[in-house]
Design a protein around this ligand. Structure first.
Ligand code: MN
Length: 311
């Protein structure tokens, strides 16, 4: 369900430092991409918006029609310098990784894998059921990005009702409710659900925020936000008035503007081309750095970095 990132998403030559925009409403269309035959709407990264707090990647996939014999299968592949956040609305997925984890995830549960210096994992949906969900990445800060890998599964997460809105806190906190998930920089990720109504969501003033609608439609400042876009909200907000007129789901993501310039290539988040080249070579050489994944699926080869290809 994750990656890969290409030059279409974010050219390394094109790094823009995080800025303090103040409150804004900037609706950016997602790019349609294909991940292992699954159509996805890639909300992050885009050329004009690379990060929202530490969030650096967001793919919304499905909902797919249930089709017998067709399942999501993503073979073993590596990551560095990021956390993967898996969040399902429908279906089930089995996660296996080089730490020895084997974890089935269902809607409302959180899989959070921390790559650090290196980890590998595989993902497959064991049932031919409808698949609908979001795969996000969080950039790790300098302090932890070369550290040990880790995997957390949260079968239950804290939630809170704000009027007719039901909020599930994946990571960080909102309205006095805090998730136990590992957050390495100040950040928030919340699933917002409502069948209809209006509410005001309290926000952290020092964060920048964005909304990704995954079902229905959400109205913000008179604009209707639908699936297939990222509504960037900027910084400096203490609250967000939102309303819905039909059953809707959205993700609210945010965090302190990420102060480090990141370089993304394929499934790697780094700082320099040399770091990406090294990760590419280590994966290609089956180095112990990434370990082995207990999966029947074929290992996914890393593409040669664009800058290392013959002209
Ligand atoms: Mn992955």
């Amino acid at each position: 369900m994750s990656g890969p990132v290409t030059y279409q998403d974010a050219s390394p030559a094109d790094t823009a430092p995080a800025t303090d925009s103040g409150p804004t409403l900037d609706v950016l269309p997602s790019r349609n991409a294909d991940v292992a035959g699954l159509g996805v709407r890639r909300a992050l990264p885009r050329r004009s918006r690379r990060t929202v707090g530490p969030w650096c990647f967001a793919d919304h996939f499905g909902p797919t029609l249930p089709s017998p014999g067709v399942a999501m299968r993503i073979g073993p592949h590596p990551h560095i310098g990021l956390q993967t956040v898996t969040w399902l609305l429908e279906g089930e997925a089995l996660h296996t990784d080089s730490l020895g984890s084997e974890q089935l995830i269902r809607p409302g549960q959180l899989n959070l894998m921390t790559a650090g210096r290196g980890v590998a994992h595989a993902e497959e949906s064991p049932l031919s059921s409808s698949m609908h969900g979001v795969q996000l990445w969080v950039a790790q800060p300098e302090a932890t990005r070369n550290g040990a890998a880790d995997f957390e599964h949260h079968a239950e997460l804290p939630d809170v009702d704000l009027g007719a809105f039901h909020l599930t806190v994946m990571i960080g906190g909102v309205a006095g409710v805090t998730s136990p998930a590992r957050a390495e920089t100040p950040m928030v990720g919340v699933d917002v659900a409502s069948d209809g109504g209006r509410t005001i969501v309290p926000l952290e003033r020092g964060f920048e925020h964005a909304i990704i609608v995954v079902a229905g439609a959400v109205e913000i400042h008179g604009e209707i936000i639908q699936p297939g876009s990222l509504a960037y909200l900027g910084t400096g907000r203490e609250e967000l008035p939102i309303s819905v007129a039909e059953p809707s789901r959205a993700l609210l993501i945010g965090g302190r503007p990420f102060g480090e310039e990141i370089l993304m290539w394929w499934n790697f988040v780094a700082r320099t081309r040399d770091e990406i080249d090294e990760a590419y070579r280590d994966w290609d050489a089956h180095s112990d750095r990434f370990g082995d994944v207990a999966s029947d699926l074929a290992r996914i080869p890393a593409p040669v970095p664009v800058w290392a290809r013959p002209a």
